[in-house]
Design a protein around this ligand. Structure first.
Ligand SMILES: Cc1cc2nc3c(=O)[nH]c(=O)nc-3n(C[C@H](O)[C@H](O)[C@H](O)COP(=O)(O)OP(=O)(O)OC[C@H]3O[C@@H](n4cnc5c(N)ncnc54)[C@H](O)[C@@H]3O)c2cc1C
Length: 320
C-alpha cells in the first residue's frame, strides 16, 4: 500500500466492497463518519466500515483484505481511540456489531467472543458466581478491546484471567487462525505485548474464581461508585489519555502542573480527572491532538517526565 495514490487506494476498497457484497452476513457501510463509533464522538469517515456478524464473516473479510492488499484497522467499542478528522483510508472492522456469543463451560470457565460488551460479561459472570472481573465494572469496552489493551482498574486487569486467545493473524499475505495461551500474550500494564499490531482477536477463554454472588455484587458496585466519583462520565472521552509512568500517576502530574481545565477548541482537560480529555461538544481530533501536545510539553518541562499515550491513534500520518 505504501506510496499508493488516492485513486488506486479507493479502487482497492471498491474491489473489497464488490467482493463482499451478497456474501457477507454483516453490514458494509461506505464513507461513514467514525465519530459515531468512538466514545470521544470524534473521527472523520472510513472508506469502508464492515461489521462482521460472526467468525465466518471475519474469515471471509480477512481473506478478501489479504488478496486485495487492503489496509485495515479493528475497532471494538472505540472507547480507547482517537480517530483523525480525515478518518481512515481503508477498511475499519467493527467487531462489537457481531461476534457476541458467550459460552459458560462451568467451574469459572467462560468462552466469549471479542465483540461482547465487557460490562455485560461482568454481569453474566456475577450471576454465575464467577469472580475476578468485577473491579473492571464500568470500563466501556468490548472483550477484544479489553484484552488487546489489558484493560484494568484498581489493581486488577483482564489479563490475569485470560487462559486462551483465538485470533486471526495476517502475515506475509496469509491469514492464519491461531490459538495462544494467556501467558503467550505477554500481558503487561495496558498491553498484550506479544500480539502483533494487526492481529484480530475473535474469542477469549477465561478462567475465573468461584465466589458468593452477593460479595461479587458488592465489589462491582464499589467499582462503579469509585468510577462515578472520580471520572467525568457525563462527557465524551476515551478514558485515560496517558499511561502512568513507572511509579507515578499521570493524572497527579497533570494536576500539579495546574492543567485541569486547559482547552484547545472544544477539547478540555477534565476538571474531575486530569488524565481525561473531554469533548465539550464540537471538539475535533486536531483539538485533542494539540491539547495532548501541550499537556505533554508542560509535564516534561515542570516534572521532567515524558508522558506516553495510552489512547490509540487511528488515521494519523505517524500511525504507519
Ligand atoms: C469513560 C471511560 C473510562 C475508562 N476507564 C478505563 C479503565 O478504568 N481502565 C482501562 O484499562 N481502560 C479504561 N478505558 C479505556 C477503554 O474503555 C479500554 O481500553 C477498553 O478495553 C477498550 O475496548 P474497546 O473495545 O473500546 O477498544 P477500542 O477502543 O475499539 O480499541 C482499542 C485498541 O484495541 C484494538 N482492538 C479492539 N478490538 C480488538 C480485537 N478484537 N482484536 C484486536 N485488536 C482489537 C484496536 O485496534 C485499538 O488498537 C476507559 C474509557 C472510557 C471512555
Amino acid at each position: 500500500m505504501a506510496g499508493m495514490k488516492g485513486d488506486e487506494r479507493h479502487g482497492t476498497v471498491r474491489d473489497v466492497r464488490e467482493r463482499l457484497k451478497g456474501r457477507l452476513k454483516g453490514a458494509i457501510l461506505e464513507d461513514v463518519p467514525l465519530s459515531g463509533y468512538t466514545s470521544f464522538r470524534i473521527g472523520g469517515p472510513a472508506d469502508l466500515l464492515v461489521l462482521p456478524k460472526d467468525w465466518e464473516d471475519l474469515v471471509l473479510l480477512t481473506s478478501v483484505l489479504v488478496e486485495e492488499e487492503c489496509k485495515y484497522v479493528v475497532l471494538g467499542r472505540g472507547t480507547n481511540v482517537l480517530v483523525s478528522d480525515e478518518g481512515y483510508r481503508g477498511v475499519v472492522i467493527v467487531l462489537s456489531g457481531g461476534l457476541r456469543r458467550l459460552i459458560v463451560r462451568g467451574e469459572g470457565e467462560v468462552e466469549v467472543e471479542a465483540g461482547y460488551d465487557l460490562n455485560h460479561l461482568i454481569l453474566r459472570c456475577m450471576d454465575y458466581g464467577f469472580s475476578g472481573l468485577e473491579r473492571l465494572a464500568g470500563i466501556p469496552g468490548s472483550v477484544g478491546g479489553a484484552v488487546r489493551m489489558n484493560a484494568g482498574a484498581q489493581g486488577e486487569c483482564i489479563g490475569n484471567w485470560v487462559r486462551g486467545i483465538k485470533l486471526l493473524r495476517i502475515d506475509d499475505g496469509e491469514v492464519t487462525d491461531k490459538e495462544i495461551t494467556g501467558q503467550q500474550a505477554g500481558f503487561d500494564y495496558r498491553k498484550a505485548g506479544n500480539l502483533k499490531n494487526k492481529d484480530i482477536i475473535y474469542l477469549v477463554k477465561l478462567k475465573l474464581d468461584i465466589d458468593d454472588v452477593e460479595e461479587i455484587g458488592k465489589r462491582r458496585q464499589e467499582a462503579l461508585r469509585w468510577r462515578r466519583e472520580t471520572q467525568p462520565l457525563e462527557k465524551p472521552s476515551a478514558g485515560s489519555v496517558f499511561l502512568n509512568p513507572p511509579g507515578g500517576s499521570a493524572g497527579a502530574m497533570i494536576e500539579r502542573c495546574g492543567l485541569k481545565g486547559l482547552r484547545v477548541g472544544d477539547a478540555a482537560v477534565s476538571m474531575k480527572h486530569a488524565n481525561f480529555i473531554v469533548n465539550l461538544g464540537k471538539a475535533t481530533a486536531d483539538d485533542v491532538a494539540r491539547l495532548i501536545d501541550k499537556v505533554r510539553e508542560e509535564v516534561l518541562r515542570r516534572e521532567g517526565v515524558e508522558l506516553r499515550e495510552e489512547i490509540v491513534r487511528i488515521g494519523f500520518p505517524e500511525e504507519g
